[in-house]
Design a protein around this ligand. Structure first.
Ligand code: C5P
Length: 227
């Protein structure tokens, strides 16, 4: 088998990470959640006073970028990698609503993107990776051998996120989540730097009515052709 890069892009809470993790496990590839990287920078900004009430002070945040060392470490308990900032595991903290509310603004800052895209390209240079995000097939790895674009109905996505957050004990309403998802869809598509776009050579997967098992079945013939 040859090793390839699999780029998965799509909207928020579209089931990208779950599918990407499963796919990586199936192939023995490394899974890289690039959204977690934008979230980690956002968390750092919040904790160090560069983001207040969800609004980044751009200059301050950009000035801090050199202090933020991001890494991933495999967590056997979850069978997935946890993200670390300067040696601290922030996997839990980055999923909260406070980070979610500010991450779109942070990800629209060109200096932030430049730093994280460079890191992502280094992490994928030996191939054998499944990377999920918004600009993986268009900007990070435009030559990826396999590009998927995942979509699902916004209502379906809101319910998924709601159940996820409720399960960890967050007190959130479905309305609040749906509003956040729609706002992020819009922000991700409308921003000037690396907007969320489907690569012309991407394969579309709409998983609104598909289980994870059905999605894995769907991808199998595509993998056989590519690998
Ligand atoms: O995937 P997730 O929802 O965790 O991503 C959080 C945010 O990070 C997105 O809403 C988007 O603004 C940003 N992002 C991005 N480019 C990526 C991955 C995520 O701009 N490659």
């Amino acid at each position: 088998d040859k090793k390839i890069v699999i780029a998965i892009d799509g909207f928020s809470s579209g089931g990208k990470s779950t599918f990407a993790r499963m796919l990586a496990a199936r192939l023995g590839y490394i899974f890289i959640d690039t959204g977690a990287m934008y979230r980690a920078v956002t968390l750092y900004g919040i904790e160090h006073g560069a983001i207040r009430n969800g609004v980044p002070d751009r200059e301050r945040l950009v000035g801090m970028l050199g202090e933020i060392a991001i890494s991933f470490r495999f967590n056997p308990r979850r069978q997935a990698s946890d993200i670390y900032v300067n040696g601290e595991c922030v996997e839990e903290k980055i999923r909260g609503i406070e980070v979610s509310a500010a991450v779109s603004s942070v990800s629209s800052i060109p200096e932030v993107r430049r730093k994280l895209v460079a890191l992502q390209q280094r992490m994928g240079k030996d191939k054998g990776v499944v990377m999920d995000g918004r600009d993986i097939g268009t900007v990070v790895f435009p030559d990826a051998e396999l590009k998927l674009f995942m979509t699902a109905d916004p209502k379906v996505r809101a319910v998924r996120r709601y159940e996820e957050l409720r399960a960890r004990g967050d007190d959130v309403s479905l309305e609040e989540i749906e509003r956040n998802i729609r706002a992020r869809d819009r922000a991700d598509q409308e921003r000037e730097v690396s907007p969320l776009r489907m690569a012309p050579d991407a394969v579309v997967l709409n998983n609104s009515d598909m289980t994870l098992a059905q999605q894995m079945e769907w991808i199998e013939p595509i993998l056989e052709e590519k690998i």
